[in-house]
Design a protein. Structure first.
Lengths: 744, 327
């Protein structure tokens, strides 16, 4: 009885604050609750279908061929030799169309294509297709390839610095304010040091995988993607198709951490092979190919300069960073992202440069920018506190800016000092002693602190919400759940706003046939998709109020009943044949009118072995203020995961290239050391109550990445407090501590 | 992985016959071999599965020692009450290795045969004299932080990755075998491993058709204190940068027996009996331990990135000796 479709659709551009959120008025009482994942039972019972698990009729198995030189050209690939292997159907070689690299997230253009020239070791140059995976892999490992080797740049040396100015990405490449050099000269205390961080891999448990199948010129890919809407556009461009001819299905994703933001080379290869064979083709990257040929977080070199007056007031901040990437790839690790606004100080210089290397593409990995940038900045702040002779929390308090120190706009919400103070109290920070004072047997103990900050992002996203005639609710969108809990938290938003129990909500995600979404990345997923659902629900609430004959403001929805004007009517009775609405959120003037970021504080206690230099983390505490917490349990899990990432970044993770050949030496999970259970001690996560009316209608901010931001620095600072040794070259492996350890 | 034929042996005698073809290999737990086959580092054309053989007992020996069948899983061996009580160093070494899941599958005999984790060995795009004799060594001049400082050659600087064999070397284990012609022999663990020299592809004295049937441990010295200390980059599931297995006895203020074996330093579990002799008869002291460390590391040669193993080994040995001889 009510209009279906367009008339209910609503778009909101965030041009002004959104003062009152309906989520604060809902009475279903599910928002924020620590509910377990709605998809949990499917995941633990093996019935959640991941990309590589779809069984299509007549499917063939593709295994990618990796280049075994670091730079040069492919002269020839002996296709016939490979086809002679039993079970091999074909070898697909298409030098022009194969993707040279993964694409960056959110781009709508194709990734760089053309693989006859080899730009990095492990570059994907062909795909062998077999009746079985084993047959294809056997041939792919033995296929004769003739190369012409060329000299490449296989080490990170500032000599290879790129000359031209980089285009700005999510932070300006170069910015300055005032005169840092003069501030340094006139300061009572200065820090001028270089921090370095290594290349890192996301090591999502699920490797990159695509099953491609064609039907009448249209391509469907079952893939592992964070951003299907833009990924479908990338894939369409790469294959010369219109975007409407590419459908991506990504119902479940086994971790992304940035590595699945854009399409990876296996997708193009699978699509080309499926087309040539006229059969569905599955291509799953081998683990070493995930390391060698997807995307890495760039290594960085960060010159940190701090100038401060006698009482620790910062007068100058310099963060001059250099990352690395392939020639022609202008993505740079935005290590200075939060340095723009984390501390006060009039004189500022933040720069980003690139060294060109023949290593695999660098791109976004969990918290691009802050994850490594805060290892430099928060280490330097700790060094400054040591020099000034005050507590590092006090130093931060003295330099808390009243507004964005560069753009001079207000902060949308910022509880950094509260997070530090709350954490200090809970952690027992007052028991921290001077460096090298606490000892327990062979172990030197120490505590460290670091600020956490992560810029908050809102992305244009749509969601469709439909109420069926039986009162059940279906939410659909090309949004994804990469293991973060999207299915659950987005259900909670809809349940709260439509007053229905959680089990009446069906969440359909990960299909580009549904309305477009920005997907998961940059901690924007929950806020962007949550807001789109909010808008659709708000529209439907208006229709339901109409149907009940009350003002929208007088409508209460609870337990599938619409209540108002002293009446309570089942929602199902108000929707006729069903009603639906599409909500669309768009970023607007609020992006620049205020500075939006999530803040927090990390505390770490570590033990450094006096004999061996082994560092073991004893405990960590993270206190975060991220606006509204949509689900305490999944939010906490996000932070725990981020903090575990921080342990890896501080102590173990390191993608090492052989500087003679460009070969990636560390390329599997036995050698690339992520923290294992025994490395991750008791981690505690605390959320401060906060609402952000500037960010979006649900008043939440991003939480997927803040857990890693600053975590590694807190550990490094704790190592200094334990041992008196300041290591600025991550990861802090025992060999870097050993020469400085005292006799024992 | 290349294609291979598969044979399930129903007796040790059948197994050693079945493995006769030159590219055939035994498989037990498969925790190392399967990984290497996937990468085509190992390319057997025939696998003889010995995992179902009745070689799973741990028995007391008349001399007070222990006989451990080749297929006893690492987990079971580590948890055996006799091992915990009499061979603590072995139990601790086993539990310091791999992960719980791997220890459930990995066998005693297989663990003795574990191959190096050198990055260049496990990547067929690299030269490696061990994998492909004569092709060169990628690790020399390459990324070698985890590699050896003792017992290396100009052909190979790989480290032996094991923990259990290090403890067994400190315990003077004997390895018993069966060959296709029915002969059996017993080889001291001290003679079992080969240094790379000019033939890094040869890692043990085992012949192609020779099957490890069991390991014998002599009784440990009366009153000996035992320790296994593993230094590594993360708290679990990491190979040793340096490990020390120590079995030391102190009587009346003097060291009377000393057996010290080392992991992470060399292409085989390392032992230096001359160094041990220097400890025996002496009163424990830091000066004595320093001298022992000097002796151990006199021939040590770093490759740059692994230079730190020299001071690390020195410090770890001294700390272990203090623990083994202290109050």
């Amino acid at each position: 009885m009510f209009g279906l479709g367009k008339s209910n659709d609503v778009t909101l551009t965030m041009d002004r604050p959104y003062a009152e959120s309906l989520l604060d008025k809902g009475v279903q009482d599910v928002i924020g609750k620590p509910l377990s994942r709605v998809d949990g039972p499917r995941k633990v019972s093996g019935t959640a279908t991941y990309a590589a698990e779809y069984q299509l009729a007549n499917m063939a198995y593709g295994v990618l061929v990796s280049a075994t030189i670091g730079k040069g050209k492919v002269v020839s690939i002996d296709v016939e030799a490979a086809k002679a292997f039993p079970g091999v159907i074909d070898v697909v070689v298409d030098f022009d169309t194969f993707a040279l690299v993964s694409q960056q997230g959110g781009e709508t253009a194709a990734p760089a294509q053309g693989v006859k020239g080899v730009e990095y070791f492990g570059q994907i140059i062909a795909i062998v297709v077999g009746e079985t995976f084993e047959a294809a892999r056997d041939a792919a490992e033995q296929i004769p390839v003739v190369y012409e080797r060329e000299t490449g740049v296989f080490d990170f040396s500032l000599e290879h610095q790129h000359e031209k100015k980089l285009p700005d990405n999510n932070t300006p490449a170069h910015s300055s304010q005032g005169d840092l050099d003069t501030a340094m000269r006139e300061a009572a205390f200065t820090v001028d040091v270089i921090y370095t961080t290594p290349s890192q891999n996301s090591v999502a448990m699920e490797p990159h995988a695509s099953i491609a199948t064609w039907d009448d010129g249209a391509l469907t890919v079952y893939g592992a993607y964070q951003m299907p809407t833009s990924d479908a556009q990338q894939l369409a461009k790469a294959l010369g198709l219109s975007a409407s001819k590419v459908r991506i299905i990504s119902r479940f994703i086994g971790g992304g951490f940035g590595s699945k933001l854009g399409i990876a080379p296996e997708s193009v290869a699978a699509a080309l092979a499926a087309k040539k064979l006229g059969r569905p083709v599955k291509a799953v990257m081998l683990r070493h190919q995930v390391f060698e040929a997807t995307v890495r977080r760039s290594n960085t070199s960060q010159r940190m300069r701090l100038a401060a007056s006698a009482n620790g007031t910062i007068t100058g901040i310099g963060h001059e960073t250099t990352a690395s990437n392939l020639a022609e790839q202008d993505y740079f690790e935005p290590a200075g992202l939060s340095t723009h606004f984390l501390y006060a100080g009039e004189n500022r210089l933040i720069t980003h440069d690139l060294v060109r290397v023949n290593w695999l593409l660098s791109g976004s990995m969990r918290a691009p920018g802050e994850a490594v940038g805060l290892m430099g900045l928060e280490g330097a702040i700790d060094e400054l506190a040591e020099k000034v002779g005050i507590d590092p929390i006090e130093l931060r308090r003295r330099n808390e800016p009243p507004r964005d120190p560069e753009k001079k706009v207000p902060f949308s919400s910022r509880h950094l000092i509260e997070a530090l103070d709350t954490g200090a109290e809970m952690f027992g920070w007052s028991k921290r002693q001077k460096p090298g004072q606490r000892r327990e047997g062979e172990w030197l103990l120490g505590m460290g602190v670091a600020a956490a900050a992560r810029a908050n992002i809102l992305m244009e996203t749509s969601a469709k919400v439909a109420i069926g005639k039986d009162g059940s609710v279906t939410v659909s969108s090309a949004m994804t759940d990469i293991g973060t809990g999207s299915y659950t938290i987005l259900s909670q938003v809809a349940a709260e706003l439509l007053g229905v129990p959680m089990d009446r909500i069906t969440m359909k995600l990960g299909d580009t046939n549904d309305v477009p979404a920005a997907g998961s990345g940059g901690s924007w997923g929950a806020c962007s998709s949550g807001s789109a659902i909010y808008l659709a629900c708000e529209s439907l609430r208006g229709k339901l109020a109409n149907a009940l004959g009350v003002d929208a403001a007088a409508l209460t929805l609870k337990d599938a009943q619409a209540i108002g004007d002293n009446r309570s009517v089942p929602i199902a009775e108000l929707v006729g044949e069903g009603m639906e609405a599409v909500g669309t959120i768009k970023p607007g003037k609020q992006t620049k009118a205020v500075n939006q970021a999530t803040y927090g504080a990390h505390f770490a206690e570590v033990a450094v072995n006096l004999v061996t230099g082994e560092t073991r983390v004893r405990r960590m505490l993270g206190v975060f203020a991220a606006g509204r917490i949509l689900n305490e349990k999944t939010a906490r899990s996000q932070c725990l995961g981020g903090m575990a990432f921080g342990i890896g970044a501080a102590l173990t993770e390191d993608m090492i290239h052989d500087s003679r050949t460009g070969q990636l030496v560390i390329r599997d999970l036995a050698e690339y050391y992520v923290p294992v259970n025994a490395d991750v001690p008791q981690l505690q996560v605390v959320f401060l109550s906060e609402r952000d009316i500037h960010a979006n209608p649900i008043h939440a901010k991003g939480i997927g990445e803040v857990g890693i931001c600053g975590a590694g620095a807190a550990i490094a600072n704790a190592i200094f407090n334990a041992s008196g040794i300041r290591v600025r070259d991550f990861p802090i492996t025992l060999d870097k501590l050993l020469p400085h350890l005292p006799a024992f | 992985m290349r294609t291979f034929t598969y044979d399930q042996a129903d007796s040790p005698a059948a197994a050693v016959k079945s493995v006769a073809p030159p590219r055939a290999k035994f498989i037990a737990g498969g925790t190392n071999l399967i990984d290497l086959m996937k990468l085509q580092v190992e390319t057997p054309d025939r696998l003889v599965d010995i995992s179902r053989l009745a070689l799973t007992d741990i028995e007391d020996m008349d001399n007070g020692g222990l006989r451990i069948d080749a297929l006893v899983p690492n987990s079971d061996l580590a948890a055996d009450p006799r091992v915990i009580e009499r061979y603590e160093v072995l139990s601790r070494a086993l539990l310091a290795g791999a992960s719980g899941q791997l220890r459930n599958k990995a066998t005693t005999g297989g663990n003795l045969m574990q191959r190096t984790r050198c990055y260049y060995f496990t990547n067929t795009a690299s030269p490696c004299n061990k994998r492909e004799p004569g092709s060169g060594c990628g690790a020399i001049g390459g990324v070698n932080r985890i590699l050896a400082i003792l017992g290396t050659s100009d052909k190979c600087i790989a480290t032996h990755p094991g923990d259990m064999p290090v403890a067994m070397r400190a315990l003077d284990a004997t390895i018993a075998t069966l060959k296709a012609d029915g002969t059996r022999r017993r080889v001291s663990i001290h003679d079992f491993y080969s240094l790379p020299d000019q033939t890094p592809e040869i890692e043990t004295v085992l012949e192609h058709d020779e099957l490890i049937t069991h390991v014998e441990l002599p009784p440990p010295p009366n009153g000996a204190r035992q320790q296994y200390r593993k230094v590594r980059d993360r708290a679990s599931y990491a190979f040793a940068l340096v490990s020390v297995a120590g079995v030391v006895t102190v009587e009346n203020g003097k060291i009377t027996t000393a057996a010290l074996a080392f992991g992470g330093l060399a292409p085989m579990p390392w032992r230096n009996t001359a160094m041990e002799q220097g400890l025996i008869g002496q009163a424990p002291s830091d000066a004595l331990f320093e001298k022992a460390a000097e002796h151990l590391l006199a021939e040590a040669r770093g490759q740059g990135a692994n230079d730190f193993k020299i001071p690390l080994a020195r410090r770890t040995l001294i700390a272990c000796l203090r623990d083994l001889t202290g109050e």
